[in-house]
Design a protein around this ligand. Structure first.
Ligand code: GDP
Ligand code: MG
Length: 444
């Protein structure tokens, strides 16, 4: 149904044979197609603009590695940036507050608030062993409160008894009271929507918030929301203040561009996605999957993976060359640590480097795990460019600043610097005499 981005880019970029850095012209041509693909995936125009600006900045001048076409390089950069913009994976509903913790569901009419309320409550009960109370604050639609009561019956979750004639804020207060008395851990307030955003809706939401002090306010939105997504998210966030997003109808055939739009304008995490009408159709958010979907699925994924593999292998080669030449600064170390992280640890990485296969076991024995990598990377990224290229200038005051910036301490920084010095010495020795192993045991 959708033409994939690869198809679109094919005609423009397969013709390009230039190697070296990506030129402004290559990137602009590719970005025109990226822009079209994003708009077709329903990403809001202003978000498309800021996104393509960001990609342009990253892509122009980026090295195109030998065996990669410029177009593939652009796709890889676009994909990575999309994943980064979509935000963190698996940000759960925060249950860290005294009971009864209030979760408020907001959104337009028909977006899936009531259904999602039922799904979340059912999951909290079965998976987190929490006692939940659901309350419908929808006094506008006659059947709304009954709809929630039935979901409660179906899932075995308590619902607040229906009392005619109360206002939404009165129901909210009664719900919190009832939860306190009933020993519930969590109260989920299912509010009423409107067909579009208007002043009375925002006032009602603000009132309910003021009366119930919710710990989480989740904006529920249909994944098929198009250009309106930006307005919707911005309004709810500015007027009510949301803590997260839930995207429903991800089981439909839309591309889910609303995810990018809403995340981009609010900066709030996408906490859950709805994938069907049934009560168990609730999933965690995976930015990579949504990025693939926005860009056009299947072939893009394999293309990106292939490109990434080649990029990794070529980077390893470049690194090996630099090591041999005795040029190995903290930028290189940071690159190397990142690569190792991606390749499932140091042994995977070393296996790729010519002549280094034998060192694998020694490194594994030294216990360089992911946490260590992450802290080391944090240290290096808190340094200036100058410091990275020339670690000798790192004296006490600089180290203090870096420790503060990276959430580490001077001892850890010294350890990293020592490791780098020993590695650099070893590289030099290796380059000089063609020797391979031996010093690594002492290194860490
Ligand atoms: P509300 O007005 O925001 O409370 O919306 P509802 O929860 O009543 O949902 C409106 C319709 O959307 C119902 O028919 C739901 O079954 C359906 N719905 C909600 N979430 C999903 C979802 O993730 N996928 C699909 N396919 N349908 C959904
Ligand atoms: Mg409803």
């Amino acid at each position: 149904m959708f033409e994939s981005l690869q198809d679109r880019l094919g005609s423009i970029l397969n013709g390009l044979t230039g190697r070296g850095a990506l030129s402004e012209k290559d990137v602009s041509a590719a970005l025109r197609e990226v822009r079209r693909a994003l708009l077709e995936a329903d990403v809001a125009l202003e978000v498309v603009r800021s996104f393509t600006d960001k990609v342009r900045e990253k892509a122009v001048g980026a090295d195109v590695l030998k065996s990669i076409k410029p177009g593939q390089m652009v796709v890889k950069i676009v994909h990575d940036e999309l994943v980064a913009m979509l935000g963190e994976e698996g940000v759960a509903i925060d249950l860290n507050a005294p009971a009864p913790l209030v979760v408020m569901m907001v959104g337009l009419q028909g977006s899936g608030k009531t259904t999602t309320t039922g799904k979340i409550a059912a999951r909290l009960a079965s998976r987190d062993k929490k006692k939940a109370l659901m309350a419908s604050l929808d006094t506008r639609r006659p059947a709304a409160q009954e709809q929630l009561r039935q979901l409660g019956e179906q899932t075995g979750v308590d619902t607040l008894p229906i009392v005619a004639g109360q206002s939404p804020t009165q129901i909210a207060e009664r719900a919190v009271q009832a939860a306190r008395l009933g020993g519930h851990d969590i109260v989920i307030l299912d509010t009423a929507g409107r067909t579009h955003i208007d002043e009375p809706l925002m006032v009602e939401m603000a009132d309910i918030k003021a009366k119930s002090s919710p710990h989480e306010i989740l904006l529920v939105a249909d994944a098929l929301t198009g250009q309106d997504a930006v307005n919707l998210a911005r309004n709810f966030d500015e007027r009510v203040g949301i803590t997260g997003l839930v995207l429903t109808r991800m089981d439909g055939d839309g591309r889910g561009g609303a995810a990018l739009s809403m995340r981009a304008v609010t900066g709030k995490p996408i906490k859950l996605i709805g994938t069907g009408e049934k009560m168990d159709a609730l999933e965690e958010f995976h930015p990579r999957r949504i990025a693939d979907r926005i860009l056009g699925m299947g072939d893009i994924v394999s293309l990106v993976e292939k490109a990434a593999e080649t990029i990794d292998a070529e980077k390893a080669q470049v690194m090996a060359d630099r090591m041999k030449a005795g040029k190995f600064d903290l930028n290189d170390l940071s690159d190397q640590l990142r690569q190792m992280q991606k390749m499932g640890g140091m042994s995977g990485f070393m296996g790729l480097m010519p002549g280094m296969g034998k060192m694998k076991d020694q490194i594994a024995a030294a216990g360089l795990d992911d946490t260590v990598f992450r802290r080391q990377l944090a240290i290096i990224s808190s340094m200036t460019k100058k410091e990275r290229a020339n670690p000798d200038i790192l004296k006490h005051s600089r180290k203090k600043r870096i420790a503060a910036g990276s959430g580490t301490n001077a001892a850890e920084i010294n350890k990293l610097l020592k490791m780098h010095r020993q590695m650099a010495d070893m590289m030099k020795a290796m380059g000089g005499k063609g020797k391979k192993a031996g010093m690594l045991g002492k290194m860490m």
